[in-house]
Design a protein around this ligand. Sequence first.
Ligand code: THU
Length: 162
Amino acid sequence: MSVAKFSIEIDEFKSIEELDAADVKLLQLAQKIAENAYAPYSNFYVGAVAMLNNNQIITGTNQENASYPVGTCAERVLLAIAATSFPNIPLKTMAISYLNKNGLNNHPISPCGMCRQYLLEYEQRVKQPIRLILGGQVGKVYIIKSVADLLPLNFSADDFKK
Ligand code: THU
């Protein structure tokens, strides 16, 4: 028997001020666009902003529903827009932020499990890792090189191979 260990590297910044100008722009837009979410049930407004390989910027916000499971996270709204309007153009970077109207806004949030799976397939399908910038309205910021880092031992299309 041997022990398999998985570890990930996250770049941690004390605040948005430590980021490169291009990353500041994406995170600030994610902080702002979160206001456009439809989140009357959770009051947790999430904004996602991506820079594509062609430098196009696209956005997504969470869209909730009175029938709760129908709601969709900001990340998957964004990816559906990317796939529809810019098919096969990889995403260089995605910034994710939020506005928690009931509580704290001072720490990064990380995509939920369902979004990690969806993001992973997107980066595999267009053959380029998506770099993630995660931050609240204030406070520390994380940068992660690839969605795959967030989903070790993942299940993917590769597992269908004969
Ligand atoms: N949510 C997102 O949109 N993205 C995340 O990364 C975490 C959670 C949404 C789903 C729901 O509308 C609200 O935040 C509270 O869970």
